[in-house]
Design a protein around this ligand. Structure first.
Ligand code: GTP
Length: 264
């Protein structure tokens, strides 16, 4: 196993993956060795950072759409399938360069399910994970997760990705220049505080207010599952705009890499 960690950035559309990658790239340039950078989003028109490997160099998304008569998501999945057929060559290439970089960082398509729930996404992820300590960075749009209902939806999504990939995960609360992530950390540490916020959340239409009924019992059951999930996670708050929190992110990567080398 090569020692340099691979960081796969995933997150809901608009969570800030590409901006996060851009900041991580420049942060690594200034603090450590430059990273090895891979773009796996075939549909992106511009990538605001230099890439060592770019899926768009070998797969033309628009041609795939026309040739196979596909819609936008089908074309992303097919482009990833085509790329996955060459994954051995990609891994060899990255492995050969491993002495020259401290981290390999990977940007993924905005349509998260095209990567995480596709066969090719699994093939690509597993190929990296069998060669490098591989960590999932799950990017969350903090201001858009400040209501308890959107927060829990996001956490359940993160949990499903953990089960699907079975890889160590760092949850990254991005955009802290707009809203701090203290509320999220508090909700993850103290489920009673979370339930209290849920009780007063206008999105719940009072369904949770008397502490009985379907939503209450669902939330109580989920609390046990999520407590277990939270215990496996590292959580970092950052802003891809200002660079705040990126040292913490690199520390979390070091910690997860150590754990990875013990377990895998
Ligand atoms: P898709 O790949 O299209 O799903 O988007 P993405 O997840 O790669 O997000 P992207 O980096 O394109 O950012 C989405 C929007 O959030 C853009 O308008 C960014 O400028 C903005 N954004 C990203 N990071 C930050 C941040 O740290 N702070 C603020 N205020 N805005 C941010």
């Amino acid at each position: 196993m090569v020692n340099a960690p691979t960081v796969i950035c995933v997150g809901m559309a608009g969570s800030g993956k590409t901006t996060f990658m851009q900041r991580l790239n420049s942060h690594l340039h200034s603090k450590k060795k430059p990273p090895y950078v891979i773009n796996l989003d075939p549909a992106v028109s511009k990538v605001p950072f230099g890439c060592n490997i770019d899926i768009r160099d070998s797969v033309k998304y628009k041609k795939v759409m026309e040739e196979y008569n596909l819609g936008p998501n089908g074309a992303i999945v097919t482009s990833l399938n085509l790329f996955a057929t060459k994954i051995d060559q990609v891994i060899n290439l990255v492995e050969k360069r491993a002495d020259n970089f401290s981290h390999c960082i990977i940007d993924t398509p905005g349509q998260i399910e095209c990567f995480i729930w596709s066969a090719s996404g699994a093939i690509i992820t597993e190929a990296f994970a069998s060669t490098f300590p591989t960590i999932i960075a799950y990017i969350i749009d903090t201001p858009r997760s400040s209501s308890p209902t959107t927060f829990i939806s996001n956490m359940l999504y993160a949990c499903s990705i953990l089960y699907k990939t079975k890889l160590p995960m760092i949850v990254v609360f991005n955009k802290t220049d707009v809203e701090k992530a203290d509320f999220a950390k508090e909700w993850m540490q103290d489920f009673e505080k979370f339930q209290e916020s849920l009780r007063t959340d206008p999105n719940m239409n009072g369904e949770f207010s008397n502490g009985s009924g379907y939503m209450s019992s669902l939330v109580n059951s989920m609390s046990l599952m999520l407590e277990e999930f939270y215990s496996t996670l590292d959580v970092v708050a950052c802003s891809a705009y200002t660079g705040e929190g990126f040292d913490d992110f690199l520390n979390a990567i070091d910690k997860k890499t150590e754990e990875y080398n013990e377990v895998y």
